[in-house]
Write a protein that binds this ligand. Structure first.
Ligand code: ADP
Ligand code: MG
Length: 656
């Protein structure tokens, strides 16, 4: 009998070598292996007679072995078998698979699964003794990730074996999940690995997702309770003026409100734990700076941690300009050793700051786009009792801030600075591309600093059917180079370039030395390129509206008119209607709500660049499931612990 917390080493069939492979991939317990869900299923559930088998179709044939042979040809060992049923005979062929002729016994009946070639016969079919509990044939067969480097058949057999002997005792809380029409955990795991029906895979996945959400809600609550017990952060008394005259613009009403909320929080000994959301360009940095200045004026230090060196440098520069009376110190891994902690300062840096936290002992710890940091880095600050502010441009809908982020207070900047002209947005048919390029050329010819950015979802062209139409940066870049270079300066930026290559192109961008940049959505994360004026989004159907809106926030940031052009490779009406929301709406939050309503049309947090990837099974956009999870969580006893999700951390900055 296995339990979810049984070590894999104790599973029959897992020897030291296989165990080592699993643990290399972080799989230690039964639950870890069972959570490695199949990537997809090969549908071999269609059983046909030999005479009915159509070439190319995935199918299963129930046949009796007539004869087998084993021979060499051209240096290859070849295995052949002939099978028959009431309607005819079929030849089977394998290469370099000696064991096959030994395990196929003449006169015996088996299931053979695969597809029949155009000249008849099956190459490399899988086969299995007849039973109603097959693993590799005559069913939806799970296909696992190949990154484990373990043969599919072996993973399948192991999972099947574990599931067969998995503790049947359902936990007392299963009734709560059942109350929400969700299957039991055991059923869900069985269906996910060996589905009896494709429909059931969906509800099975929902069962895991519900458990994941329940766990996160529980953790948010626990974390809030823990945090509430801390009373030891210094209370920061306001210094006047709160808004220094060095700031060259008038703060928006929203910025002022959020500053007020933050100052109330840090004026208490109960440490602040606040989330600050606001569209790109809404001016979060200055809000953070004002809070930090209050702290430093009290003779204490503050830290701002940015996800990349580029952003840290940019923040340091901006903050020095906005707050000339505040000592700002940049900390990146190169400077870390040279930092002198002689006076209260505003330390602005990358993750290199984490190793200095104990020494700096900041009273205010600010994260910019913090969801991009790993758990390891969060541990460094876990012992620190400080006021925390987490900033993100990702809109967090109310339903989420009430559940998964229940441990955080939430401030929202809801408007852009007044001088910002809304970006003009157009959906263009493919035929207009040449005209668009001509227009960009006239702009660049007029202004050598002009920057147009072309964003593609993929780096390389995919060969997979269904993905081949999605724009790829490498392909577009070739085209752009031909059209604009060498007269105008072109560049490419994506996540598979080396950090050195990225730095080089970023340096050129900051020096305003690029006219047309082809990029993946990497540009979405926080970089301020004021000269960016036109944005071309390729394969726009691939993004949620909130993501598109964030991308669009990259242009027109210096007060110039920004333009956003959408190309889409999907002609569907629903898609066009969805994208049209962008033409009329400039409110990121509203668009995020549209995304939620359009579940499936585009996922608010799905794309990798958001880094919200710790949700393994749940989708943020499934509000129904989220509310089911809330109902379940409220009824669960205090002592409940998930047997699946053990080491989840509450999302975003918190006490542990
Ligand atoms: P984000 O919220 O995306 O981090 P930033 O803090 O980088 O936005 O601000 C974007 C730009 O807007 C910066 O150049 C900043 O100085 C400027 N800015 C911020 N607040 C205002 C305001 N109230 N009026 C005009 N410009 C502002
Ligand atoms: Mg920012």
């Amino acid at each position: 009998m296995y339990r979810l917390d049984t070590p894999l080493a104790a599973v029959k069939g897992i020897g030291p070598q296989l165990q080592a492979t699993f643990s290399e991939h972080g799989l230690l317990f039964v639950r870890d292996l069972l959570l490695q869900l199949p990537n997809r299923y090969n549908d071999l559930s269609k059983q046909v007679l030999i005479a009915e088998a159509l070439p190319g179709e995935s199918l299963t044939i129930r046949g009796t072995v007539v004869n087998t042979s084993n021979y060499f040809r051209g240096g290859r060992s070849i295995q052949r078998a002939t099978i028959s049923d009431a309607t005819g005979k079929l030849d089977l062929l394998w290469f370099n698979a000696h064991h096959i002729t030994q395990s196929l016994i003449k006169g015996q009946e088996y299931f053979f699964s695969g597809s029949v070639g155009s000249r008849g016969g099956m190459v490399h079919p899988s086969f299995e003794k007849i039973s109603d509990n097959t693993i590799h044939t005559n069913r939806l067969v799970p296909i696992y990730t190949s990154t484990l480097g373990i043969q599919q058949g072996r993973v399948r057999r192991l999972c099947k074996h574990i599931l067969e002997f998995l503790d049947k005792e359902t936990a007392p809380h299963e009734s709560l999940f059942a109350g929400q029409k969700l299957p039991s955990l055991r059923t869900a795991l069985s269906e996910l690995h060996f589905p009896s029906d494709e429909e059931l895979v969906i509800t099975a996945r929902e069962r895991l997702a519900a458990e994941e959400l329940v766990t996160l809600i529980r953790q948010a609550k626990k974390s809030k309770a823990l945090w509430a017990k801390l009373h030891s952060a210094p209370a920061i008394k306001e210094s006047k003026p709160i808004i220094p005259p060095s700031i060259p613009f008038t703060l928006t009403a929203s910025q002022q409100t959020t500053i007020g909320e933050i100052l109330v929080d840090i004026g208490r000994t109960q440490p602040m734990n606040r989330l600050l959301t606001g569209d790109v360009g809404s001016g979060k940095t200055v809000v953070a700076g004002i809070a930090a200045r209050q702290v430093i004026n009290q003779g204490l230090s503050a830290c701002l941690v940015a996800p990349t060196k580029v952003l840290a440098e940019q923040h340091a520069k901006t903050l020095k300009k906005l707050f000339p009376d505040v000592p700002v110190t940049l900390v990146t891994s190169a400077q870390r050793k040279k930092v002198i902690l002689d006076k209260p300062q505003f330390f602005v840096g990358t993750h290199a700051l984490f190793s200095l936290l104990a020494e700096i002992n900041p009273v205010l710890l600010i994260y910019d786009e913090q969801h991009r940091f790993g758990v390891k880095q969060r541990l460094a600050e876990s012992k620190l009792i400080s006021h925390r502010l987490t900033m993100t441009a990702t809109p967090i809908p109310r339903s989420l801030s009430l559940s998964l982020f229940a441990h955080l207070d939430h401030s929202q900047i809801t408007e852009l600075p007044l001088d910002r002209i809304p970006t003009k947005t157009w959906i263009l048919p493919a035929a207009k591309r040449a005209k668009l390029y001509d227009w960009i050329e006239t702009q660049v010819a007029e202004n050598p600093q002009y920057l147009a950015i072309l964003v593609c979802p993929f780096i390389d062209q995919s060969k997979e059917p269904g993905l081949a139409q999605i724009a790829a940066a490498n392909v577009r870049f070739k085209e752009i180079k031909k059209r604009f270079g060498p007269k105008y300066k072109v560049g490419i930026l994506h996540g598979r370039q080396s950090p050195a290559e990225q730095q080089e192109i970023l340096a050129k961008l900051f020096a305003q030395e690029i006219n047309v940049l082809v990029s993946t959505p990497i540009v979405e994360v926080g970089i301020d390129l004021p000269q960016a004026s036109a944005l071309v989004i390729e394969s726009a159907e691939q993004y949620g509206l909130a993501s598109l809106h964030q991308l669009r926030g990259r242009v027109g940031r210096a007060g110039q008119q920004g333009y956003c052009y959408l190309f889409t490779s999907s002609a569907g009406q629903a898609n066009t209607k969805r994208l049209q929301q962008l033409l009329t709406t400039t409110d990121g939050h509203k668009l995020a709500e549209f995304d939620l309503a359009n579940r499936g049309a585009g996922n608010l947090f799905s794309t990798a660049q958001h880094g919200f990837s710790f949700l393994r099974f749940a989708s943020w956009t499934n509000l129904t499931l989220l509310s089911q999870a809330r109902v379940i969580e409220e009824q669960l006893p205090q002592t409940w612990r998930s047997s699946l999700f053990l080491d989840q951390k509450p999302l975003l900055a918190t006490a542990n």
